[in-house]
Design a protein around this ligand. Structure first.
Ligand code: VG1
Ligand code: CO
Length: 543
């Protein structure tokens, strides 16, 4: 075994997006492509000698190859020890948990999250720092800068490590410890939630379906919900991670988890439905004939947080991404705590959590989490809801309706236009920005624009500034239209249009969401000319 120095040339386009570097598998399969990016990570980290790194992924196609390559590169960079999940499996929240618990200096997550997998699908890689959270922009930008100029990478020529057997082996001087991917995470969940009460709930015959979508959350949900909490076998479906996710699109929303939603709307519906995404950090909560809006879920968890043992002493603050609805703001106001508004992407929550300014965080994109780790966490959110149901004896629907009755309802929807022409999307954003100043004060039907801008965020802890984080058109009654371009797609551009309208009157809490938002949908089109400019007649996905 020797360490080789291999000459290489930069690849264009290795700038991490909202959540790491995501590209088609075929792009990652080019010789040197993965190696270059990993070398750039090690160059950015500086001295890796003597330290521990965590490594795992969501099991998608190319996961195992990537893990073997990264292990050989870690050995070449003198990493002392790598903790790797058995079979190369670690969910994103589990990586965060393991980094924190074992005092690692960071971790590498292999996933393209909610993007489809398989040989023709997507692959991704993301670096997480010492606090367990996604690397902040100054680190991802430094990684990108290295990818543009590197001339060589270092790698051991050792053979593959057996990833399927728990235990310790060596690669060059480096220890490779294959760990149970679930154990540390499950232990943490047991400390946050009232497992006795949830066990009793299942003991009384409570019915649930958790859809693992053939991605990484299955093993976690099975071990915890069926194993530790005693739910009957078959409660967790699509529980085996598959390299192509069984052809599913592992994005837990009513469109991609249609099977689960149909079950929950049917005559034999269980009492509670839930799903997670490719890498296990997203969650969808479903009641009978009701898919809970993620923004509502965050607000509901916040309003009832003290029912879960891990949050018994109350929460310090809430943070939500800017496009997420303002439902959580109302809860924060009622609790007398702060509510922070950050750009899209979990990396912006890290400082607020580290500084103990926020306890709970959430995004409209089916992401919810807390200070227990530094990533959003799908299974955690599902366990939180189970804890709420067990503690209150109420159904999902009752919990949601009572929340609206108390705080009012923020009707909310996101319209995605996927794989549109990138140039047309860029032009639309440029032209919109140019219009912003003239929009303030304009009237559109019953709405008057009070503020129109491109969201700028100044981190309250390190004062770093993120610009161009989404165009907001805010009405005098608090209704909002937000437009931004996705930073996770791999084909053309994806335009996201976010729509929100507040309704205080309980007699108007059961409207169809799209109808309730129709006037705002029309204004968004009028102002952006989105359909005309992209040649689309309908959104690709409505959530
Ligand atoms: C999307 C979501 C964002 C989320 C990100 C990563 O980003 O909108 O809220 O944090 O995906 O989620 P974008 O830039 O495409 O809008 V995951 O579960 O894919 O890591
Ligand atoms: Co994800």
């Amino acid at each position: 075994m020797t360490i080789q120095t291999v000459a290489t040339t930069p690849f264009a386009g290795q700038r991490p997006g909202t959540s790491g570097l995501r590209k088609k598998v075929t792009e990652f399969q080019q010789p040197g492509y993965l190696e270059n990016f990993v070398e750039a990570i090690f160059l950015t980290l500086g001295e890796a000698r003597g330290r521990t790194l965590v490594l795992g992924g969501d099991g998608r196609f190319f996961n195992r190859n990537a893990i073997q390559t990264i292990l050989r590169m870690a050995a070449a960079h003198k990493v002392a020890k790598v903790l790797v999940g058995r079979g190369g499996i670690l969910s994103t929240p589990a990586v965060s948990c393991v980094i924190r618990k074992h005092g690692a200096f960071g971790g590498i997550v292999l996933s393209a999250s909610h993007n489809p997998g398989g040989p023709d699908g997507d692959f991704g890689i993301k670096y997480n720092i010492e606090n367990g959270g996604p690397a902040p922009e100054k680190i991802t930008e430094a990684i990108f800068a290295h990818t543009q100029v590197l001339t060589e990478y270092r790698i051991s020529d050792a053979g593959p490590v057996d990833l399927d057997r728990i235990g310790s082996t060596r690669l060059e001087e480096m220890a490779v410890e294959v760990i149970d991917p679930v154990a540390d995470y499950a232990e943490l969940m047991g400390r946050l939630f009232d497992f006795d009460a949830i066990r009793a709930l299942f003991g009384r015959g409570f019915t649930m379906r958790f859809d693992g979508m053939s991605a990484v959350s299955g093993p976690y949900a099975k071990a915890i919900i069926e194993g530790m909490l005693g739910a009957p076998a078959g409660t967790v479906i699509n529980a085996e991670p598959m390299e192509d996710f069984g052809g599913h699109h592992p994005d837990p929303n009513p469109v991609n988890a249609a099977e689960l939603v149909a079950l929950m709307n049917g005559a034999d519906a269980p009492e509670f439905g839930a799903a997670s995404d490719g890498d296990g950090d997203r969650n969808m909560i479903v009641g009978r004939n009701l898919a809970v809006a993620p923004s509502d879920s965050l607000a509901i968890i916040a309003a009832n947080a003290t029912l879960a043992p891990g949050y018994r002493d109350g929460i310090r603050g809430i943070a939500r991404s800017m496009p997420t609805s303002q439902a959580a703001d109302r809860v924060a106001a009622a609790l007398g705590i702060s509510c922070f508004e950050t750009p899209t992407g979990w990396k912006y929550f890290g400082n607020l959590l580290d500084a103990n300014l926020a306890t709970l965080c959430g995004e409209e994109s089916y992401g919810t989490g807390s200070n227990h780790i530094r990533e959003k966490d799908g299974v955690w959110a599902v366990l939180f809801w189970l804890n709420l149901i067990a503690a209150t004896g109420k159904s999902v629907n009752q919990i949601v309706e009572e929340h609206w009755a108390r705080f009012g309802r923020n009707y909310y929807s996101r319209h995605d236009y996927e794989a549109v022409d990138a140039h047309a999307a860029d032009r639309m954003m440029v032209d919109l920005r140019a219009k912003l100043e003239s929009l303030a004060g304009q009237t559109f039907g019953e709405f008057r624009v009070s503020q129109a801008d491109d969201f700028v965020y100044t981190d309250p802890v390190d004062k770093s500034v993120a610009t161009r984080q989404g165009i907001r058109i805010i009405m005098t009654d608090g209704s909002r239209i937000v437009l931004r371009l996705s930073g996770t797609g791999t084909e053309g551009a994806t335009v996201r249009v976010y729509l929100e309208r507040y309704e205080a009157d309980p007699s108007r809490h059961n409207l169809d969401t799209q109808e309730a938002l129709a006037p705002l949908i029309a204004i968004a089109e009028q102002v952006s000319e989105l359909k005309q400019r992209t040649g689309r007649t309908e959104p690709s996905v409505i959530t």
